[in-house]
Design a protein around this ligand. Structure first.
Ligand SMILES: [Fe+2]
Ligand SMILES: [Fe+2]
Length: 156
């Protein structure tokens, strides 16, 4: 097997690093939204939740743009392993809907109010979004491994 170029390996390492940060952000938001309802759901809580989600939306938009850039991992993976085209196109197509769902969640949160039931629904909706995003990042991780854009055995 031909060795992967250092710039491709760097792109792969950077994406792995960003994926770890995204997973940490998802865990933090899930923990925040899972707080027992009632007293915890005041204006400060809503402000905090919105701030976290807006931060995630910004990080995610930058992350997606870096992956899609001409020097990003999608282009590198295709250059190293053209056979991966279908898998690369499939994950790239998920970026739009993932970004839209997060923006929609942020917009809807503006009129959620303080009722604990409403926040339980927000928590459920976020958990489902987080699961889809984790599965998206895992699929990319497998593409990196298949294209040898990562250090072999890095395992995530
Ligand atoms: Fe992605
Ligand atoms: Fe990613």
């Amino acid at each position: 097997m031909a060795t992967t170029s250092p710039s491709s390996q760097n792109a792969g390492r950077r994406v792995r690093h960003e994926h770890r940060n995204i997973r940490a952000a998802l865990r933090a938001i899930e923990a925040l939204l899972d707080r027992p309802g009632g007293a915890g759901h005041d204006a400060e809580f809503i402000g905090q939740a919105l701030e976290h989600l807006e931060g995630l939306a910004r990080d995610l938009a930058e992350h997606f743009a870096r992956e899609e850039a001409p020097e990003g991992i999608f282009a590198k993976a295709l250059a190293e392993a053209p056979r991966l085209e279908r898998r690369v196109l499939a994950v790239r197509e998920q970026h739009g809907p993932l970004g839209t769902e997060l923006e929609q969640m942020i917009a809807d949160m503006g009129h959620t109010g303080l009722a604990p039931d409403a926040w339980r629904k927000v928590a459920e909706r976020f958990r489902s979004f987080a699961e889809t995003l984790r599965s998206h990042e895992r699929a990319e991780g497998r593409i990196l491994t298949a294209a040898y854009l990562d250090d072999l055995g890095s395992g995530d």
